[in-house]
Structure formats: structure tokens, C-alpha cells
Design a protein around this ligand. Structure first.
Ligand code: NAD
Length: 437
């Protein structure tokens, strides 16, 4: 038996990065996922997700034999530390995070784990979840003395591996000091570099995660509202953002005007925090307002485009460039681009979309995902930039001029070079710039 090896249960965006990251420190890591297709790919060194640098990192830990993959958690019965990174999607019924995947994973671990093992929850979970899991383990597996730790994840898709190796802080919450120390030990490489470690109880740790995401979502929503104002009163939102972001009390990050926040975390986590607040009679009014503004934003954008074009989108062909919720990821969960596709289809437009890596299908005869930007722009009356991919930034749109029906572009990400030669021949509107009409 290999003592003190680590198991990661659920190797999606978070779990796989955690597993590859720890394995690259030389720690022995076993990966468990119910998805046999995912495990088969991983065994062959193929990441099931798109993430910069992941393929090379995965193949080097496979070559170093510090990582292994299985669908059967029983193969991890020799591990003393289990990280759980299964999904906690929004429950349609309650608005809170669903815990069924987590509860199933923790029960499966508890059945096979050795006495004294530590189960560290990386999934984002409602405040009180870890305490409830601990109580259940104490009741159902008292003889095993298993300890729950809350160890929330702060990585960003698109820069996930870089974020793993350069954390700004690590949060470790537990009722058990020895369990906190076991998790801390697995991050010894970060401890040696002086990365701040926040050791707390589980409620504090769980709250930190939700509060961090809600704060960032608020920052995005704030600049989007200021951007709307700039469109009407005049000015340039990038200069406004720079002007406020240079104030160190505010900081420059998350001040890019756009179609609203999306992805698998912010929408779900803000909604969960609002639901938790209501459940405890402590309404989170700022977060509730942020959710409301963000939800309606992407649909207002279509009205904004129609106003700018002086025409309805209904019956027109529209090119949507970008489907992922942000650049450098293939994740389309809660993507503003995808909502805009749906809204366009509802409006009666024909949509031709292109994304360098993300795939999105919808069963609608007026929708097609194309293999190239040129293909997507064929016959388009409007070209919408929906994701901030670098290749859209540097693309010379003169190449598609002969293809489009009208040289109209709406840049929701403010990335195209409006000073480029080709731009002078196009009618370009951007979020956060004065409306032309
Ligand atoms: P994901 O859907 O990409 O991955 C979850 C994985 O868990 C899947 O591969 C699934 O097959 C597996 N799984 C589910 N039940 C299982 C079980 N019982 N045993 C083994 N495997 C099981 O999810 P994700 O994006 O990695 O998110 C995981 C958690 O981390 C969520 O709570 C999320 O909110 C949180 N989080 C995500 C991010 C992010 O950027 N994606 C960042 C921070 C925190």
C-alpha cells in the first residue's frame, strides 16, 4: 500500500487541474470519475477539456507515473486525503446549488476510505453544507473518524493551470485541526512560497467562496451599468474603467464592459448566495439586484443592436463570433453568447456561429455552427463579436467584405481594432461607446 496518496473525485475543470497540479509536485494522485469516456481519454493523455498547457502537463505527470485514472473509487482505498470536485449545478426548484452529486461522492468515499481519512470539498457549496456532511459521517461512519474540510477553488477557466500554480490565497476550513493540517501539507509547495493560507471553520470558508464570486459579479455589473450611461451621455468606457481602476482601492480587474457575466460559476453562485440569504432571513439585496441586471442585459443588447442598425434582426442572417462564455475555454455553460443566439433565433433571425474551440448545438433549422469565420459571415447583415478570442481581435475583416450582406458589426467585447484600415469601411458599434443613432 502506498501511504499518503491523494485521490481526486470528479475530474472536470476543477478536479483535473487539481489532480495534475498536485501530481506535478510529485505527489501520488488517483483520479476518479464516473464518466468512463473521460477516464479513457485521460489514460491516453488526452484532456477532455480545452485549457492552455493542460495536455503537456497531463502527459508529463502520466510519464512520471504520479497520476492514475479509474472509474472505481474503491481503487483509492489506500488514500488518506480525498479532494471532491464534482458539480453543484443550480437546482431549478430552489435556486440553490444541487448537492446530490456531492453527497453521492462523499458516501462512496466514506465506504472505502481508511480510518482517519480527510475529505476536502473543492466544489462550491452552500454555507452549512460541510458541517452537515461532517454530522452525517459522524453518524454513519463513526468508527472511521473521517473529517470534512472545505477547500474552495478560485481558478479561472482559460488560465486554470496558471492559477493553480500561482494561487493568491488558499482557504482551508474545518472543525478538525489535524484535517486542516493534512490539506495544508498537500499544498506545502505553496506554503514554502509564503502564499497566504486562511485557516478557518467550514462556514467561513464556504462564505469566502460565495462572497468572492458575488463581489466580482457585482464589479462586472457595475461597469456594465456605467457603460450603458456612457453610451447615452458620451465618452469612452475603457478610459472610464482605467481611470477608476488605477485607484488601488478599486483595482483594474473585472472592469471590462461586455454582455454580462456568464459561465458555470458566477450565475450559479450569485443565485445560491441570494437563496441562502433569503433562507436565513438576511436578504442579500446587492446580489439580488446584480442578478436581475445581469439576466436582462444580454437581451437588452439585441434591442441596442436593432436601434443602432436602424433595422430589425428578424429575417436577417447574423454571424455570431464566439460561443464560449469567455476566451480560452470551450465552456458554454451559461454563456452570454449562447443566450444571444437563443434570443436571435426567437427574434426570427438566422444565426451562423463560429468559435475556435467551443461547440454548441441547438435543434433549430435557422442555426448553424460554422467551421470558419468566413463561413459564419457568409450573407450576414450583422456580425456580432460575442467572445473576446484573440483571433477576432487581430482578424482582418476585409477578407469577409465580399461575403457579408452588410458591413455592420457590433462588438460586445470591445476587442476589434477600430483604427485598422478595414474598419473605416465598416459600420462598427461597440458596447460602451456612444450610440450612433
Ligand atoms: P465539471 O462538471 O466540469 O466536473 C465535474 C465532474 O464530476 C464530472 O466529470 C462528473 O462526471 C464528475 N462526477 C460527478 N459525480 C461524481 C461521482 N459521484 N464520482 C465521481 N465523479 C463524479 O464541474 P467543474 O466545472 O469542475 O466544477 C466542479 C465544482 O467546482 C463546482 O462546484 C463548481 O461550482 C466549482 N468551481 C468551478 C470552477 C470552474 O471554473 N469551473 C471554479 C471554481 C469552483
Amino acid at each position: 500500500m502506498q501511504a499518503e496518496s491523494i485521490c481526486v473525485v470528479g475530474v472536470g475543470y476543477v478536479g483535473l487541474i487539481q489532480a495534475v497540479g498536485l501530481a506535478s509536485f510529485g505527489l501520488a494522485v488517483k483520479c476518479v470519475d464516473l464518466d468512463a469516456g473521460k477516464i479513457a481519454k485521460l489514460r491516453n493523455g488526452i484532456p477532455p477539456i480545452f485549457e492552455d498547457g493542460l495536455e503537456d502537463a497531463l502527459q508529463s505527470v502520466i510519464a512520471a507515473k504520479t497520476i492514475s485514472f479509474t472509474t472505481d473509487v474503491a481503487e483509492a482505498r489506500d488514500c488518506d486525503l480525498f479532494y471532491v470536485a464534482v458539480g453543484t449545478p443550480t437546482s431549478e426548484r430552489t435556486g440553490n446549488a444541487r448537492l446530490d452529486y456531492l453527497e453521492a461522492a462523499v458516501s462512496a468515499i466514506a465506504d472505502v476510505a481508511p480510518v482517519g481519512a480527510v475529505i476536502a470539498v473543492k466544489s462550491t457549496v452552500p454555507i452549512g453544507t460541510c458541517a452537515a456532511l461532517q454530522a452525517r459521517l459522524d453518524r454513519d461512519h463513526a468508527d472511521k473518524r473521517l473529517a470534512i474540510v472545505s477547500n474552495p477553488e478560485f481558478l479561472r477557466e482559460g488560465t486554470a493551470l496558471k492559477d493553480f500554480f500561482n494561487p493568491e490565497r488558499i482557504v482551508i476550513g474545518s472543525a478538525s485541526e489535524s484535517a486542516r493540517q493534512r490539506v495544508r501539507e498537500s499544498y506545502a509547495a505553496f506554503d514554502q512560497r509564503g502564499i497566504p493560507m486562511i485557516l478557518s471553520d467550514t462556514s467561513t470558508s464556504e462564505t469566502i467562496k460565495y462572497a468572492a464570486n458575488a463581489f466580482l459579479a457585482t464589479k462586472v455589473t457595475f461597469i456594465n451599468e456605467i457603460s450603458d450611461l456612457v453610451e447615452t451621455v458620451g465618452g469612452d468606457i475603457d478610459d472610464v474603467a482605467r481611470g477608476i481602476g488605477l485607484d488601488s482601492r478599486i483595482g483594474p480587474q473585472f472592469l471590462r464592459a461586455g454582455p454580462g457575466y456568464g459561465g458555470s460559476c458566477f450565475p450559479k453562485d450569485t443565485l445560491a448566495l441570494a437563496t441562502i440569504g433569503r433562507r436565513h432571513g438576511v436578504q442579500q439585496q446587492i446580489v439580488e439586484t446584480v442578478i436581475r441586471i445581469n439576466d436582462s442585459r444580454r437581451f437588452h443588447i439585441l434591442k441596442r443592436i436593432e436601434l443602432a442598425m436602424g433595422d430589425k434582426l428578424s429575417g436577417k442572417r447574423v454571424a455570431v463570433l464566439g460561443l464560449a462564455f469567455k476566451a480560452n475555454t470551450d465552456d458554454v455553460r451559461d454563456s452570454p453568447a449562447v443566450d444571444i443566439v437563443h434570443a436571435l433565433l426567437e427574434e426570427g433571425a438566422e444565426v451562423r456561429a463560429f468559435d475556435p474551440v467551443a461547440k454548441f448545438t441547438v435543434d433549430h433549422r435557422a442555426y448553424q455552427q460554422c467551421e470558419s469565420m468566413a463561413d459564419a459571415c457568409e450573407g450576414a447583415s450583422a456580425v456580432l463579436i460575442a467572445t473576446e478570442w484573440a483571433q477576432f481581435r487581430s482578424f482582418d475583416f476585409s477578407a469577409v467584405e465580399p461575403l457579408v450582406a452588410r458591413r455592420y458589426m457590433f462588438d460586445m467585447r470591445r476587442i476589434v481594432d477600430i483604427d485598422a484600415d478595414w474598419a473605416s469601411r465598416w459600420d462598427i458599434e461597440r458596447i460602451g461607446s456612444s450610440l450612433k443613432r
